[in-house]
Design a binder for this molecule. Structure first.
Ligand SMILES: Cc1cc2nc3c(=O)[nH]c(=O)nc-3n(C[C@H](O)[C@H](O)[C@H](O)COP(=O)(O)O)c2cc1C
Length: 371
């Protein structure tokens, strides 16, 4: 049996294989952020398709941290009944599901959230608009929002939570000297830039208890001038490990990182070029003793298997490949180990922009051509 289909346990959470659905915004929540039946159906479909662990799309922990329309919310107790339906549907299929807790910080605007955008520093955004520098009261309030959201996740039956610390969202802005120009105890050295992330982690841990799996998604690096660097990611991972984080998912890039955005475009690369953050994973594994979930550009079974066999990753996360093939893991398990058919073309954002919810646009076009 392939090592990818070995059962493992993550802080007592039994997982049937090493495949993880990386958080993927579907644009399928209700306008107020509530979980809908169609979104629940998507999660059940993924669980039925064989993925061992699903990470939800980024769920906003407070309205001011909302990044998108039709984004999932975990900001109020009114969200719990809908979220509970989601977790029950996944569990019925034998799957496991973790809620991704997110605050977009400066990466949102009043048009979407209804609030002034907040960040570590006042920041002029590429697409216009300013974010306001957060003060001490903002930090305390937002850390508490993460803690409250985590307890809601637990009440709704999620098997754990993942703190979104990547991709240029609020926590990643604090980590990055590109966004964080502070001169107080929250800016400057990596210890200072990490402080808010650690406070958020402590708030989540405090509210959920020691036995509850808490994961975090981090950038391997920002790929920006004066951005968060790989050695800083490792230093931060060691700090989180010392405080009891249960797993780290490694990604990279921000919306400002040119071609090196988290979901890079790349059609039919050579197998050897598939893994975006392999070198960072190798360095991580030398120093950090926490399970590593690796995401980014992985579409071939032997590549995924090699990552685990060579000790470069413990879990393999997939986003776009399972948009096109929700049953990819089941297919691989049944013996058809040919490459995922995903072209990493990023057209999956198109149906979301049309307010149709996520789907593979390549397949949509193929179907339309046949009719
Ligand atoms: C449509 C879409 C939505 C995404 N939404 C999220 C999200 O909500 N949270 C997150 O951390 N990453 C999000 N990502 C990034 C993915 O989780 C992943 O890190 C990235 O796509 C690289 O993995 P892949 O090559 O397997 O697609 C999204 C990616 C896509 C394509």
């Amino acid at each position: 049996m392939s090592t990818l289909f070995e059962a493992t346990s993550l802080k007592g959470l039994e997982l049937k294989n090493r495949f993880v659905r990386s958080a993927t915004y579907e644009g399928m929540a209700a306008p107020d952020g509530a979980c809908t039946d169609s979104l629940t159906g998507k999660m059940a479909e993924l669980a039925e398709g064989g993925i061992g662990l699903i990470i939800t799309s980024h769920a906003f922990v407070s309205p001011e941290g909302r990044a998108r329309n039709r984004q999932l919310g975990i900001h109020s107790d009114a969200m719990i009944p809908g979220l509970q339906k989601m977790t029950e549907a996944v569990h019925e299929q034998g799957g496991r599901i973790v809620a991704q807790l997110a605050h977009a910080g400066a990466q949102t605007d009043r048009g979407i959230s209804g609030f002034e955008a907040l960040g570590p520093s006042a920041f002029e955004k590429e697409k216009g608009g300013l974010s306001r520098e957060m003060n001490a009261a903002d930090r305390v309030r937002i850390a508490a929002c993460f803690g409250d959201a985590a307890i809601r996740a637990r009440k709704a039956g999620f098997d754990g939570v993942e703190i979104h610390g990547a991709h240029g969202y609020l926590l990643s802005q604090f980590l990055s000297p590109h966004f964080n120009r502070r001169t107080d105890g929250y800016g400057g050295s990596i210890e200072n830039r990490a402080r808010f992330v650690l406070e958020v982690f402590e708030a989540v841990r405090l509210r959920t208890g020691k036995d509850y799996p808490v994961l975090i998604k981090l950038n391997s690096e920002d790929f920006l001038d004066n951005g968060f660097r790989q050695d800083e990611m490792i230093a931060l991972s060691e700090m989180l490990a010392a405080r009891g984080i249960d797993a780290i998912e490694m990604s990279g890039g921000t919306v400002y990182s040119g071609e090196k955005i988290p979901s890079r475009k790349g059609v039919l690369k050579e197998e050897g070029d598939e893994v975006y953050y392999r070198e960072a994973a190798v360095q991580f594994k030398k120093r950090v003793k926490v399970p590593l979930i690796l995401v980014g550009g992985i579409i071939s079974f032997p590549v995924a298997e090699g990552l685990v066999e060579q000790g470069q990753a413990d879990y393999i996360a997939l986003s776009r490949p399972v948009i096109r093939e929700p049953r990819l893991v089941r297919r691989w398990q049944s013996g058809d180990r040919s490459r995922a058919t995903c072209l990493s073309c990023n057209q999956c954002y198109q149906p979301i922009l049309r307010d149709d919810g996520i789907s593979c646009e390549v397949d949509n076009r193929l179907r339309a051509d046949k009719q």
